[in-house]
Design a protein around this ligand. Structure first.
Ligand code: TRP
Length: 320
């Protein structure tokens, strides 16, 4: 089978090293092997907040992050929800294929509701996974590289595809989630790495910002550096981070640091991250806001052509 890869991000803030090692590095590899779509999921921003916020700024930054890490717009179609009416229109028939009980059961949605600061849960919070099925199926995506939290959404997509095909005839492939073997990279305070928690190193961070964040990282006072994820999570996390940046094992780095203590560890991690980010920063600086916007509009055009074809097929299958 000829696979098609689709994945995406919500434009809610700059991407960080957790995103890089968790998914961006994998995308850069995949773009050489498959036709690939990367979605800037702008309509998904308003699932867990009332307003889209600095949406244009965030979209531009996301595009710059993509290009900086090496996504190549000649190979990858980068596009956004709000520019593709035909993709969004797939939501209506797709919603008819799932029950309210199924929507309520989605564990990722439940988790997002639990962590949301909104007064009321919107209808979109329950239905966006079906919209996500439209994201994946409009281009007949078959491989969806995502993190564990997205697995329920890929399941919804398979359910929608299967039921559509049963009711109206074979139109959609059943996509598969693709999970990398990602080492867990925590934030510098030991929690989940997340921009909003101020514990993440953005791909756009400067040398000084990186140094300041690592300086504040939680460690301990044992001079002998060892890699022990349960007893020394802060130390282990810095070793993991440095190891990923250097392409070396955290155990090996621990041995090298030996009795250098937290100061030596932080020095080494800062050096490693800054060295790693250097070419990314350089590539980012090669692009202007105007040219990334132009690339997005070209991607939108290509994605839209595909969405028009799929929507026509859907209407014909349904007899509309
Ligand atoms: N929900 C994803 C996230 O929060 C973003 C996303 C939207 C996505 N549509 C998608 C991911 C389709 C994979 C496929 O990160």
């Amino acid at each position: 089978m000829n696979d098609i890869v689709l994945t995406g991000d919500r434009p809610t803030g700059p991407l960080h090293l957790g995103h890089y090692f968790g998914s961006l590095a994998n995308r850069v590899r995949l773009q050489d092997a498959y036709p690939m779509y990367v979605l800037i999921a702008d309509y998904q921003v308003i699932t867990d907040r009332d307003l889209p916020g600095e949406i244009q700024r965030n979209i531009t930054d996301l595009l710059l992050d993509y290009l900086a890490v090496g996504l190549d717009p000649a190979k990858v179609t980068i596009f956004q929800h709000s520019a593709i009416p035909e993709l969004n229109q797939l939501l209506l028939p797709f919603l008819s294929l799932v029950s309210v009980a199924e929507l309520r059961r989605n564990p990722t949605v439940k988790d997002e509701i639990a962590h949301s600061s909104q007064q009321a849960v919107s209808g979109l919070m329950f239905t966006y996974p079906v919209h996500q099925a439209a994201d994946i199926l409009f281009c007949k995506g078959t491989l969806v590289p995502v993190g564990k939290d997205q697995l329920p959404h890929v399941e919804v997509t398979r359910l929608v595809a299967r039921r559509f095909n049963e009711r109206y005839g074979e139109v959609f492939p059943l996509p598969e989630a693709m999970m990398g073997e990602r080492p867990l990279l925590r934030g510098l305070d030991g929690g989940k790495m997340s921009k909003s928690r101020g514990n993440a190193i953005a791909l756009s961070a400067t040398d000084d910002e990186t140094a300041a964040l690592i300086r504040k990282a939680r460690t301990d006072s044992d001079r002998l550096i060892t890699f022990d994820e349960t007893r020394r999570p802060g130390v282990a996390n810095l070793l993991t981070l440095a190891g990923l940046c250097l392409g070396r094992s955290p155990e090996d780095l621990a041995e090298e640091i030996g009795y250098g203590g937290a100061a030596a560890l932080k020095g080494l991690a800062t050096e490693a991250v800054n060295e790693f980010l250097r070419p990314i920063r350089k590539r980012r600086a090669e692009h202007t806001e105007a040219d990334v916007r132009q690339l997005l509009s070209e991607g939108n055009e290509r994605a839209r052509e595909q969405a028009i074809i799929t929507l026509d097929e859907v209407r014909a299958a349904m007899g509309f």
